[in-house]
Design a protein around this ligand. Structure first.
Ligand SMILES: [Zn+2]
Ligand SMILES: [Zn+2]
Length: 388
């Protein structure tokens, strides 16, 4: 069965929810309107249980099938949070809050899972229980970890968990997945460099912090090129360089560098971080400066799809779309669904939305044409995994 007819009927309504979410973006855990709207709709659909406040502002609803001989509960997860970006899409439903924007399509994920929940609550053509999980703080803040620590998996007896993300790199309505490592581990670091400030006209009386910090930036580029196995994918990016002064005639005393590391292997990751630490400490010494290395945001682990559950996703995608890429390239992006996959078997699939501005771009907008495909995928996965 491809797209379900019911989703052709529901398409305008689900599109309206999606655009409403897009107009009203909220960040991280601070989702009073979004989480409230999600919980209200789930209750209106007649879900058997709706629980708010899991992982601070996450929402979980249980939908029971017409039978429960399997005694199994499988979970589908959508993320609800937006990004601190000024929207430049120019669409009629653009963000009404300057500086906040649904630039990663989590509005689309939330709307599609709501649509699937409505259908599953109407039809209940499955044996067991479906848990729909709406997560806060995917864009930093590790909302998935917060939900897991709050007992998501044990409280609801979840035995499999599945996630989905839209992709502007894939053709509209096309699915892509891979078993094993799929999204990179994410580390964010800072390096605080201290020299001796003074007059820029007399640098010999100072220890030039800017020069020492610049040397660190240059030296860090040797970590991937000279210290890492060429077969291993690793990224080291320095993304911020700040001093306390923006005067042209002052050599500042302090500089702060920030950056990120992306990797797919825990041993490689540890070696890279150790190497960055060494470079950060020793490079400034040769300039007479000192530096301290530290971590910022909580790291996200590698997101690894489980083998059997990846196969289940492929089967559902094939039923809906007729084909599915099964060896999707790994992405150096991060995804905190990694925490859910560490706690429970499961897998995460990409759904193409066709070529448009990339994720996190100020002109990005979710493609509402894929809503019936995304909703049908969730329903197929439910009815296949919990076959009556
Ligand atoms: Zn994102
Ligand atoms: Zn995202």
């Amino acid at each position: 069965m491809p797209i379900r007819n019911r989703f052709a009927e529901l398409h305008p309504e689900i599109t309206a929810w999606r655009r409403d979410l897009h107009e009203n973006p909220e960040l991280q855990y601070d989702l009073p309107r979004t989480a409230g709207l999600v919980a209200d709709k789930l209750r209106a659909f007649g879900c058997d249980r709706v629980v708010e406040g899991i992982g601070r502002t996450g929402v979980v609803a249980l939908i029971e099938g017409k039978t429960n001989r399997s005694g199994k509960t499988i979970a589908f997860r959508a993320d609800m949070d937006a990004l601190p970006i000024f929207e430049a899409s120019g669409v009629p439903h653009a963000s009404k809050t300057p500086g906040k924007m649904h630039a990663c399509g989590h509005d689309g994920h939330t709307a599609m899972l709501l649509g699937a929940a409505q259908y599953l609550a109407e039809t209940r053509n499955f044996d067991g229980t479906v848990a729909v999980v709406f997560q806060p703080a995917e864009e930093g803040g590790a909302g998935a970890e917060a939900m897991v620590q709050d007992g998501l998996i044990e409280t609801f007896g979840i035995s499999e968990i599945y996630g989905l993300h839209n992709s502007p790199l894939l053709p509209e309505g096309h699915f892509a997945i891979r078993p094993g490592a799929f999204y990179a581990a994410v580390d964010s670091f800072h390096i605080n460099v201290t020299g001796k400030g003074g007059h820029a006209a007399r640098p010999n009386n100072t220890v030039d912090t800017t020069l020492a910090a610049s040397a660190i930036v240059m030296a860090l580029q040797s970590v991937v090129s000279r210290n890492t196995d060429p077969q291993q994918a690793v990224v080291v990016s320095v993304t911020s360089f700040r001093t306390e002064s923006d005067a042209f005639n002052v050599i500042p005393e302090h500089a702060t560098l920030r950056g990120t590391v992306r990797s797919f292997d825990m041993e490689v990751r540890a070696a890279v971080l150790e190497r960055i630490n060494t470079i950060a400490r020793l490079t400034p010494e040769s300039y007479g400066a000192t530096a301290v290395f530290g971590f910022d945001e909580e790291p996200y682990p590698v997101m690894s799809n489980h083998e059997a559950e990846t196969e289940h996703c492929i089967k559902a995608a094939l039923e809906v779309a007729g084909d599915c890429t099964t060896d999707a390239p790994r992405t150096t992006g991060g995804e905190d669904f990694a925490y859910m996959l560490q706690a429970c078997p499961g897998a995460y699939i990409q759904l193409g939305i066709g070529k448009r501005p990339g994720l996190h771009h100020p002109e990005y907008d979710f493609n509402d044409d894929v809503i019936p495909t995304g909703c049908s995928y969730w329903v197929s996965l439910a009815e296949q995994r919990l076959a009556v």
